[in-house]
Design a binder for this molecule. Structure first.
Ligand SMILES: [Zn+2]
Length: 418
């Protein structure tokens, strides 16, 4: 406990020092005055369609924007992620700050924003149009103030965050040699919102196949549907803990030909989730053995198991530097930090790798996420970027003022420096 208190004090002390710098105050008022331009960026970005797996056009536009803002070495990797660098003094850790390019809306969806009663309506305007625009206003604030950070900051955007994208962008990012020590992902949400726990999920498509036949004439021939039924019954009886929350679901069942045909094929899609990597692995093992057993040895039924989703689970200490810095940053602006339940965001991947990561709210209010009625209300939305600005400064350290609160955590380097 004493250690935690020490950390809390050092975090508060660092942020108070940072708040005392005139350039930081200038940055905070710049962010406030930049609110309208940020909304304009948000509309512009949202109007370029970016379904998961088809983020190219929006990505190219984003790359140009980062380059125009003076970010160095902006590049697009093989996955389609767009990242560039704002160099620090060279002595600090490296922090990635990003949002996701993709939306859940298929090609052909009208994403051109429409305004009504002060709100902006467009599919994807909040998720994650807000995050993308927030990254740009943050870069402008850094440019405007000229603050020199100890840490390098990688600014950018990922692909494949939604649905079947399965976090492929952020997985690719951490598969490369960027030496990222800390990760901030910006999603729609209020400035006090801090997500630091990663709910993992595994999804499988299961196909049972058999010879099929006439229900009367070929009675005794094994049925693919009967096998699938045994599997469902077994899965339904799985025991999972409430804490850490772990769940299972057979979401889709299909198969069979007619009422008097022994089914030659049956298909299931299952979803397994947990906030604990161990529990997720356990429920996965149990479900897969039930699925295999249901086919029965030598019964003439085969089972094909295809993984269609894999989002890693993980947790980190609420008392860790990144979580406490995010909390203190929102406190400095008069908010009460709210620690969110585990969810599935780009931060899942670094958290599972043991690299500190948080998903922070980009500010403003919103509704109808993932629906055609999605909207964003830009009123006072600048509090989101302001809190993230302070959080980045605290983690990154400001030359001559404060040391980085973030330690070195890059992969294959478990030595924290705090
Ligand atoms: Zn999102």
């Amino acid at each position: 406990m004493a250690e935690n208190l020490e950390l809390k004090n050092s975090v508060a002390e660092a942020l108070e020092k940072i708040m005392g710098i005139s350039a930081v105050q200038k940055g905070l008022s710049f962010l406030k005055n930049d609110n309208d331009r940020t909304s304009a960026d948000q509309k512009e970005l949202t109007s370029i369609p970016a379904p998961t797996f088809d983020e190219g056009e929006r990505g190219e536009y984003y790359r140009r924007r980062l380059e125009e803002l003076g970010i160095e070495d902006v590049s697009k990797d093989d996955a389609g992620n767009i990242f560039g660098l704002r160099k620090g003094t060279g002595n600090g850790p490296r922090i990635a700050v990003c949002a996701h390019l993709d939306t859940v809306f298929p090609a052909g969806t009208d994403t051109v924003p429409k305004e009504k009663d002060g709100k902006i309506y467009a599919p994807g305007i909040a998720d994650d149009g807000r995050g993308l625009a927030a990254v740009l206003t943050l870069i402008r604030a850094f440019n405007e103030t000229g603050i020199e950070t100890e840490a390098d900051i990688l600014f950018g955007a990922t692909v494949g965050e939604e649905g079947l994208g399965d976090l492929n962008g952020v997985k690719a990012l951490f598969g490369q040699d960027h030496g990222i020590d800390g990760f901030i992902s910006i999603e729609p949400g209020s400035p006090e919102r801090i997500t630091y726990l990663a709910a993992g999920s595994k999804r499988y498509e299961i196909i049972y196949k058999g010879p099929g036949g006439h229900s009367f004439g070929d009675f005794g021939t094994p049925s693919a549907i009967h096998a699938a039924g045994k599997a469902i019954a077994g899965i339904a009886d799985l025991k999972v803990p409430e804490d850490p929350k772990t769940t299972f679901n057979v979401g889709i069942v299909s198969g069979g030909t007619s009422v008097n045909t022994i089914a030659a094929e049956a298909r299931l899609i299952i979803d397994l989730r947990s906030v604990s990597a161990e529990e997720l692995a356990r429920v996965e093992d149990e479900a897969l053995s039930i699925i295999k057993e249901a086919a029965g040895a030598d019964s003439g039924i085969t089972v094909e198991i295809k993984q269609v989703g894999d989002r890693p689970a993980g947790s980190q200490d609420m008392e860790s530097a990144i979580v406490q810095t995010a909390a203190e940053a929102s406190r400095q602006l008069g908010f009460t930090a709210s620690f969110e339940k585990a969810s599935s965001t780009d931060s899942n991947v670094p958290i599972a790798l043991g690299i500190p990561a948080v998903t922070l709210g980009g500010g403003g209010s919103f509704g109808g996420i993932h629906t055609l009625e999605e909207y964003f209300d830009p009123q006072d939305a600048y509090y989101g970027p302001q809190a993230i600005f302070l959080c980045i400064l605290g983690l990154a350290g400001v030359k001559g003022i404060s040391s980085p609160l973030l330690g070195f955590h890059r992969q294959n380097d478990s030595e924290g420096s705090l």
